[in-house]
Design a protein around this ligand. Sequence first.
Ligand SMILES: Nc1nc2c(ncn2[C@@H]2O[C@H](COP(=O)(O)OP(=O)(O)OP(=O)(O)O)[C@@H](O)[C@H]2O)c(=O)[nH]1
Ligand SMILES: [Mg+2]
Length: 324
Amino acid sequence: MASIPTVLTADELLDKAFSRAAKIDKEGASTLDHKKKTALAKVTASGDIVISTLNEYVNRFPRIEKDNDFFPELVDLTIGIDQYKQSLGAMNWGSKRVEKLKNESLRNLRRSKDVAYIESIRGSFYGRLSSILKQISKDLLFLQDAKNKFRKLPSIKSNIATVVIAGFPNVGKSKLVSVLSTAAPEIAPYPFTTKGIIIGHIQDGWRKYQVIDTPGLLDRDLDERNDIEKQAILALKYLTHVLVFILDPSEQCGYATDKQLSLLHSVQDGFPNVPMIVAESKSDIHKSGSGRFCFSAETGENLDVLRTEIIEKLRTIRFTEEAE
Ligand SMILES: Nc1nc2c(ncn2[C@@H]2O[C@H](COP(=O)(O)OP(=O)(O)OP(=O)(O)O)[C@@H](O)[C@H]2O)c(=O)[nH]1
Ligand SMILES: [Mg+2]
């Protein structure tokens, strides 16, 4: 996703094309010759700017097909692959239309023997160029937005052992990720602070692991989940080698323990083969006495134990090609 270009609005692109063309003034042997050469150059320059800009968008945005894998599913969820492809198709359409229009106009200009007619050909080229861009203006805006969204997508590697932190909203997932790893997610006392997948790393000697912070999940069926929760589900489905499930028995998160346990059970049922650590957070303000492991990311209580257990589980994950 190295370099997706900045996408101009239809008006910005038109301005760029027309202002470039406005500077052109060609010499000619006669008034007719001067006007004709100037008009030919203006049509060529303004048309070419639009064509090459639209082609650049088509070529430099990544090709993405729907697929059962993390990245295409994440793109589909956050950007929408159907609309994305449709908008890239519109760029292609616009570029072809302008090319055709430009060639027609150039042909007419070359044949023309009348100064007034030359001006009218150039004027109508400008008009039609602007109407083509108006027709794709929504697609340009969509791609501008898609570019910003692409930039924010996490760069996840598939060949690094990965621990995913999941649980109800506001239970302290991001706080834990911030003390365990290099990531610095936003931490705040309200639900759905984390709105996407956030990635950090833990170093273990020569090995490096991925730590993934996820948005909070409520206890409900997949088809009732919002798009933010669905990102957490994608991480669970595709990225998890080890899962740390956080419960907040203090209920300071705003959710009852039985609801949190019900989510835990449905995650256990949904992902039966994933090694899982269940941990109770915020032990500095409340200990449940349930017998489950508890820790505080605030005071550091039991944090080393948790870190060690996570690393021990991650160490058992093997890849055919080890990450560097
Ligand atoms: N007392 C105490 N508060 C904590 C602890 N860990 C987190 N908190 C607080 O709990 C609130 C929520 O923490 P976050 O880490 O943002 O929770 P989250 O699970 O990432 O929340 P979402 O991203 O909204 O799902 C914040 O006000 C934290 O300061 C802890 O160990 N002790
Ligand atoms: Mg969070």
